[in-house]
Ligand binder design. Structure first.
Ligand code: SAJ
Length: 414
């Protein structure tokens, strides 16, 4: 057994690329693989294909030192990390087609003593499934789901847990859970991650690691659902939920999260469903939390419509489109859903302010939403609905809001 010196990272998105950069920064020889030729070209030019603090500088350094190169197909390496998307299907079960495609891509270049780590957030049992798929493709090698400690190739799950906006910091400092298909698999993965992680590496089995990751996001979802349910109750009672939460949080053992317009992003709004589909009868609270959070954008639209009816031809300004504060990521964003529904309801002209993007997504452009500056929105709007607590919105002067109907879904202007 020897420490890995070369790593092939499959999937160069929000997790794979920072991981590749972190490994390369520690002096490992890293090849990153992505099916998107534009991503490969951008990285090989020393640039980052998306915005994340400190990523661009890490990529440019790693590429210029020839520690990191991007390719469209995998190359032989000591270790393989799969960081591909695992979205959900229409029935809310996991779509594992990218994991399957990644296993098919790496299978031809695998050899005895290699390590394969699945980082993608996955339903319980996926790492074993991945090992079975690899065994079908490479029957010449012994795999740990059947060969145990004696396997030729080592297979483990090491779920990512970094927070967008802090990825480059957390990827190094967070503790990591490593689930091996055997003890030996877990220890081999530990060796790989110890090259760049300064947090603790906690070893377990693969299915436990899979459920740990899903539980982390479901825990947050359930707690946000509690806050969002309180906001519905407070609206009903015509009191300010943000004041309720702030005052309740003065209790030494209470820490309610922040209510908002809904839960977005590609993790917290998705992962709890993997638990629900693994144990539908048992996962009652987790399912209900998802339903509460998914219903929140509709409630915000109803509230805006109520207020807009006070004006003859209202101009409605939506502040923020991103799924959360200070990022430009619009994936699964409740703000996008809300703006789309406001336009569909034809309540009036809809202005959108999103300082973190330069263009609106095509669905909103074709629906006639207008991307405007904060100043234009503040001067033209009758109704202002604050959807994202971007720092840029915090400093809006109270005088600029005078005379307008305000719906502050995040409590930023309390
Ligand atoms: N939100 C609220 N109220 C809150 C906190 C969040 O409404 O009090 C909303 C946000 O506005 C956003 C959504 O929830 O729409 C999710 O935001 P987030 O900051 O809670 O989480 P993500 O999706 O950016 O990242 C999460 C993190 N998981 C946990 O904190 C348990 C991150 O550590 C994971 O690595 C990431 O999911 C992932 O990739 O799984």
């Amino acid at each position: 057994m020897s420490e890995p010196t070369s790593v092939c990272v499959v999937g160069l998105g929000y997790i794979g690329l920072p991981t590749a950069a972190a490994l390369a920064t520690q002096g490992l020889d890293v090849v990153g693989v992505d099916v998107n030729p534009a991503t490969v070209k951008t990285i090989n030019a020393g640039r980052a294909p998306f915005t994340e603090p400190d990523l661009a500088i890490a990529i440019s350094g790693a590429v210029s030192l020839r520690r990191l190169r991007a390719r469209e197909t995998p190359e032989p390496a000591d270790a393989f990390i799969l960081a591909v998307p695992t979205p959900f299907l229409a029935d809310r079960t996991a779509d594992l087609s990218c994991v399957r495609a990644a296993t098919e891509a790496i299978a031809p270049v695998l050899k005895a003593d290699d390590l394969v780590v699945l980082e993608s957030t996955s339903p319980p049992g996926t790492t074993v499934q991945m090992s079975r798929w690899l065994a079908e493709l490479r029957p010449d090698l012994v795999w740990p789901h059947s060969g145990g400690e004696q396997s030729d190739v080592h297979v483990a799950h090491c779920p990512e847990r970094v927070l967008p906006g802090r990825i480059m910091f957390e990827i190094v400092t967070n503790d990591r859970v490593i689930g091996g298909l055997s003890d030996c698999c877990a220890r081999r993965a530990e060796e790989l991650y110890s090259t760049f992680v300064r947090g603790d590496l906690l070893l377990t089995d693969a299915t436990t690691a899979e459920l740990v990751k899903l539980s982390e996001n479901a825990y947050r979802d359930v707690n946000i659902a509690f806050a969002n349910e309180l906001s519905l109750i407070s609206d009903h009672l015509e009191i300010d939920v943000h004041e309720v939460v702030a005052l309740a949080n003065h209790h030494p053992r209470v820490n309610i999260l922040s209510p908002g317009p809904g839960v977005g992003g590609h993790c917290i709004a998705v992962d709890p469903w993997f638990i629900v589909s693994a144990a539908p009868e048992a996962a009652r609270l987790i399912r209900l939390a998802r339903e509460v959070n998914d219903a929140k954008p509709g409630h915000v639209v109803d509230e805006v419509a109520k207020v807009a009816r006070r004006f003859r031809k209202p101009v409605i300004a939506a502040l923020g489109l991103a799924y959360k504060a200070n990022v430009g990521d619009l994936r699964e964003s409740p703000a996008v859903q809300i703006v789309t529904k406001l336009i569909e309801q034809d309540l009036g002209r809809v202005l959108v302010v999103e300082p973190h993007v330069s263009t609106l997504p095509p669905s909103l452009t074709s629906a006639n939403a207008e991307l405007v500056s904060l100043n234009q929105a503040l001067s033209e709007a009758d109704v202002i609905v604050l959807l994202v607590d971007h720092t840029a919105f915090k400093s809006v002067k109270r005088s600029a809001l005078r005379g307008k109907a305000i719906l502050d879904t995040r409590g930023l202007w309390r």
